[in-house]
Design a protein around this ligand. Structure first.
Ligand code: PRT
Ligand code: MG
Length: 220
C-alpha cells in the first residue's frame, strides 16, 4: 500500500450520485461508474486522486484508520460511529433526510410515553435512539436491526422504530406514521487528521473546492 496520492471513501447510491458535482467542482472525474463496475478502487482523471467504494456505515472506519484520507458519510452514520479521530470540516448538505420516531398507525405513542410504559424500539441507530429516549426520560428496550426497520412494528417485534425518512413513501406504504423528529441529517466530509497534516497540499484544495461548491465557509 504505497499510494502517494489521496484516497476518498464513498458509498455508492445516493451519496456517490450527489457527490459527483462536488468532485467536478474540485476538478475530479471518476474513471468508472461504481453502479456498473465491480471495482472497489476507482481511478479518476487525476493520477493523485482515487476513490474507494465501501458500505456507507464503513466510511468513518476507513478514514479513522487512514486507509482513506477523506470520506463522505451521513451524520446518522457518524453519530453511530462516534467520530473518533475524524476531522469534520464541512456539512455537504447532500443526501438530506430526517431521523424520526415512527409507529404503526393508531398506536398511542403519546399515551404510552405519558404512562411511563417501557417501549420497545427497533433500529439500526442504537446510539441515536438511546440518547433520544434518555433525554426524554423514556425507558426503552432496544432491538438492533440492520435494515427494513419498517417491518418491526407490523409484526410485533417493536412498538416504535427510529429510522431515516426522506419522502415518507416507505412509512406510508407500510401504514406507519412519524411521531417525533429527532434531527435533520445530511452528509459530512470527514478527513483523517494525520493525513491532513501530511498531505495538506493535496487535501486542502479538495476541502476548499467542496466548500465553495456547497457555498458555506469551512469551520474549525
Ligand atoms: O443501503 P445500505 O444498507 O448499504 O446502507 P445505507 O442505507 O446506510 O446506505 P445508503 O446509501 O442507502 O444511504 C447512505 C446515506 O444516505 C445514509 O447514511 C443517510 O445519511 C442518507 N439518506 C438520505 C438515507 C435516506 N435519505 C433514506 N431515505 N438513507 C436511508 N434512507 C432509507 C430509510 O432508512 C428508509 O428505509 O430510505 C427509506 C425511507 O425513504 P423514504 O423516501 O421512503 O422516506
Ligand atoms: Mg440504504
Amino acid at each position: 500500500m504505497s499510494y502517494s496520492g489521496i484516497t476518498l471513501a464513498l458509498s455508492k447510491g445516493r451519496i456517490f450520485v450527489e457527490t459527483l458535482p462536488l468532485l467536478a467542482a474540485a476538478g475530479i472525474t471518476p474513471s468508472e461508474n461504481p453502479e456498473s463496475s465491480r471495482k472497489l478502487i476507482i481511478g479518476t482523471n487525476r493520477a493523485d486522486v482515487r476513490l474507494i467504494i465501501v458500505r456507507a456505515s464503513d466510511v468513518p472506519t476507513y478514514v479513522q484508520y487512514g486507509a482513506a484520507d477523506l470520506g463522505i458519510a451521513g451524520k446518522d452514520v457518524l453519530n453511530e460511529h462516534g467520530g473518533n479521530g475524524l476531522y469534520q470540516p464541512l456539512d455537504l448538505q447532500i443526501a438530506r433526510c430526517r431521523m424520526m420516531v415512527a409507529v404503526r398507525e393508531g398506536y398511542d405513542y403519546a399515551g404510552q410515553v405519558k404512562q411511563g410504559a417501557r417501549i420497545r424500539v427497533a433500529t439500526k441507530y442504537v446510539n441515536t435512539a438511546r440518547d433520544h429516549f434518555a433525554s426524554k426520560g423514556v425507558h426503552i428496550d432496544l432491538i438492533k436491526l440492520y435494515g427494513s426497520m419498517e417491518l418491526a412494528p407490523l409484526v410485533g417485534l417493536s412498538d416504535v422504530i427510529v429510522d431515516l425518512v426522506s419522502t415518507g413513501g416507505t412509512l406510508k406504504a407500510n401504514d406507519l406514521v412519524a411521531v417525533e423528529h429527532i434531527s435533520d441529517i445530511s452528509s459530512r466530509l470527514v478527513v483523517n487528521q494525520a493525513a491532513l497534516k501530511l498531505k495538506r497540499s493535496l487535501i486542502q484544495p479538495v476541502i476548499d473546492a467542496f466548500s465553495a461548491a456547497v457555498g458555506t465557509r469551512v469551520t474549525a
